[in-house]
Design a protein around this ligand. Structure first.
Ligand code: PGA
Length: 263
């Protein structure tokens, strides 16, 4: 057993306005108990327009969820129409920022260099990046999954210290499993997350490899969460579709209760 505390993150993507966001947060607060929070961390990543409202309710009701964002720019300020600076998120008590999600890489053309600049900017603002990596189906079938993911990790973390790397989160998300209902088998997910850990250890040292938290993402649901999240190198989940409903997200956070040995 490692002492890495699992992190269950809800990536809401471009869903829910701020009224709907508040409703989901309230419902979630009824489903998740203080006991749950002792064994897992939970972060929610609403769209930008919801973040202030969600922050207000988390603070006012002292709810134990961490606030996250889905994206940011790497520059501190300036003429970047439509973008949001890391310091603006930090000011709203955002703790985690997703970086390099495959949708941002594929649809919005984010490169490894941009991802690396964002990782550094997020750390400079004392927030924690959740760096996403993952292969396409073609890459997997061609036997290139490990190379692709290893390269994304090395490029995304370039120039960081071992201490910085040890404190961040990496999300392994096979692209073919995102939003498709297809999940990597627990063995495949474990193999890839162990690979990510070994790349980190080789590049930044054993200590960084042992302490970095590695999430699995891609069609995580209450029914497959236990099998995936009890793997030795999987330290939580990045959840898309199933995070939009309080009950399914809470059941994922409570994955320990749904295992084969659960009563
Ligand atoms: P999904 O999305 O759970 O809907 O597959 C995961 C993600 O994109 O982070």
């Amino acid at each position: 057993m490692s002492d890495r505390k699992p992190l269950i993150s809800g990536n809401w993507k471009m869903n829910l306005n701020h009224f709907e966001a508040l409703k989901l947060i309230q419902e979630l607060s009824y489903q998740v108990t203080v006991d749950d929070m002792e064994v897992v961390d939970i972060s929610v990543h609403p769209p930008f327009t919801d973040i202030r409202s969600v922050q207000t309710v988390l603070d006012a009701d002292k709810l134990p969820f961490d606030l996250g964002a889905q994206h940011c720019h790497f520059e501190p300020s300036g003429a970047f129409t439509g973008e949001v600076a890391p310091s603006m998120l930090a000011k709203l008590n955002v703790l985690y920022v997703i970086v390099g999600h495959s949708e941002r890489r594929e649809i919005f053309g984010e490169t490894d260099e941009m991802v690396n600049a964002k990782v550094k900017a997020i750390l400079a603002n004392e927030m924690t990046p959740i760096l996403c990596c993952g292969e396409t189906l073609d890459e997997r079938e061609a036997g290139d999954a490990k190379t692709k993911v290893g390269n994304q990790i090395v490029a995304g973390l370039s120039g960081l210290s071992p201490e910085q790397v040890g404190g961040l989160v990496i999300a392994y998300e096979p692209i073919w499993a995102i939003g498709t209902g297809k999940t990597a088998s627990a063995d495949d997910a474990q193999e890839m997350c162990a690979h990510v850990r070994s790349v980190v250890a080789e590049t930044f040292g054993e200590e960084a490899g042992q302490s970095v938290r590695i999430q699995y993402g891609g069609s995580v649901k209450p029914t497959n969460a236990n099998e995936l999240l009890t793997q030795p190198d999987i330290d939580g989940a990045l959840v898309g579709g199933a995070a939009l409903e309080a009950e399914s997200f809470a059941r994922i956070a409570q994955y320990r209760l749904s295992g084969p040995d659960a009563g």
